[in-house]
Ligand binder design. Sequence first.
Ligand code: V47
Length: 465
Amino acid sequence: MMNASTIEPVSSTARRGVDRRLDAIRAKVDAGERLTLADGDMLFVTHDIWSVLEMADSVRRRLHGKAAYYNINRHLNYSNVCALSCKFCEFFAKAGDEKAYTRDMDYVRVQAREAVEAGATEIHSVGGLHPTLPFSYYTDLVSAIRDEARAACSDLHVKAFTAVEIVHLARIAKVYKGASAAGEEGRAARREGIRWVLTRLKEAGLGSLPGGGAEVFDDRVHDEAFKGKIRSDVWLDVHRVAHELGLNTNATLLYGHVESRRDRLVHMDMLRCAQDEALARLGYAGDATAVPGGAEGDEPGHLGYRNEHKAPAITLTKPGAVLPERIAFGGHLPPASGYYQTIIPLPFFPDGCELEHLPGPGGLENYRTLAIARLMLDNFPHVKAFWIMQTLPMAQVMLQSGADDMDGTVVWYDITHVGGASTHQEVNVRTLHKAIRDAGFEPVERDTLYRRVVRDGKRWWVEKN
Ligand code: V47
């Protein structure tokens, strides 16, 4: 049995001092150079976790100074009925279950009205893969939210539907035919179906895609924990098409279950390769020193996955780099759009799901993983410590170790109930401000696209670049 004397106190780890093996990584971090997967391995195994957190903090401060972002938002889970039964998920229900629910448009409108009343700038809406709802339900959901906001002379950005839901909608709308064909033919059919769905949703008023459903980009883990969900190539394709249509998106990493730390690093590398392509489309120039698909120092064949990445690396963490949200196209034009905004590391929460026997990640693993995400994802402008899953006290420390965003006021959340929380999971602006200030940062209200919000009570507008 473990007792207190067998557990090495954190302070003794700290006394072991600085790990000199990190010096070369620190030099790259200071210069804004891309880290290799081997660097990532080192960041995961070093005893010197303090240096890892401190390096991530230096990058975060270079990008965002003392600003820590939050938004006034509402999460709306429109239905928990899902055709899948992922082992890590405690949210899903089967049609007819006692806990199954599906919200009608009256409910959605009331939520939108209440959100406007509370001064919200965003509704974040996701749900299960409902087997029978028609395609029109989803366009109606988006336009109902937009219309309610407009009727109240306000605006609500709709960030909705994970990549998994988008593919499900393509199937429902019967525009996914041929997508299972092998090779380029299947891929072209898949993209066409995805494009059709995203175009209809955008016309209805969809503003961006959330980062959910990515889990971990690894086929073994996929088959073990979320078989039936789309695989990484399809998830990345959905986001790629969204970017081509000018929609910004986010990305999550669900860790601490049956994946390895290497799997997390590969996931990060695949995302930063996809972001290189998105930034290149926006006109960013490549970094001539970096090697596409991984980075210099990763021996050939070491990646362990088929990486078709061709674009040169583009890093935003170099001193002086301009973030896409800060690029102004002139008075009436919106900022550059069509890229990944935020990486959101999500610690696996075991209670109530089929993988309940697993312990889930501990606190230090959460800090380390988030800090490494900041260091590896050198072309992602933001790192979010989602307070609902990280808890508010942990998220405060994460602001000092790589994160610059905490998500928002949330209000209702059904996907996880950390610490036995109910569906009502709300934090008010005053509490968010205090948490951010106590962590040594300045609270900055942002809209979904990370533009600064100027507010006069419930009336709000975004600051021009
Ligand atoms: O995709 C499900 C995860 C995600 C569990 O884009 C679990 O701004 C932990 O994507 N333990 C949905 N995680 C949440 C999400 C999100 C959240 C906040 C902001 C944004 C954004 C996106 O929740 C799912 C899945 O990976 N999840 N079950 C669990 N037991």
